[in-house]
Design a protein around this ligand. Sequence first.
Ligand code: PGA
Length: 252
Amino acid sequence: MISDILSMNSSSHGLRFIRRDSYEQISEEAAGMLADELAAKPDLLLCVATGGSPKRLYELLAKQYQTAPQRFSRVRILKLDEWGGLAPDDAASCETYIHQHLLTPLHISADRYFTFRGDAPDAETEAGRLRLMLAQLGPPDVCILGIGGNGHLAMNEPANELHPHAHVARLTPHSQTHQMIQHLSTRPSFGLTMGIADILLSRKIILLVNGAHKREAMKRLLTEKISTQLPASLLRLHANAWCLCDEAAWPE
Ligand code: PGA
């Protein structure tokens, strides 16, 4: 079954799978893809996930910066999602993560960073502002994603219906155990997130999957039909989406 899906994906369309031995290798592969994209379009709009999956990729980009700072002199960064209720300077926020892992090491100026607040007084108004911002910016050139253990993408949780555009999302109990927020005494019950259409409009998508804890989600991605109950499966509709998966996450 899995080999059928793989051969189906060896065509030039659909989500394509790259399997590598280690997390280091998938991160290097992604860093190489990004270097190529930046060479072709230095001011590309890069939409970024936070969390464990892209961490090593971002470290490798910071390393690239040491020898080739000019590579990052025009890149624009867009936040993918944010935990509801967290202030930008909260250590657990996606905002703090992006500052630490991308904006500071890559010296991204404020005019090249596009963000929104998880603690806005009115989350719906902030989601509306994000929709407007996206309409003005245009779709991302490249979107970096991780997959949730429950198959979510960003904060688009498994459901009968998905939202196309940026919105306020209720978090599932599963997502409330995410390592970024699991230590908080009051965990966020909602988040602000790009919608599935916003993600699918990206010119190129790189999905990073690593670790044994992602094996079940990966198995579902490889074997299940496209469904809103498995938001990551929607990536199979994209013409330029790459799933980089390490050996530990690869189902056998
Ligand atoms: P992770 O999170 O990269 O920290 O595993 C992915 C997700 O839950 O979307």
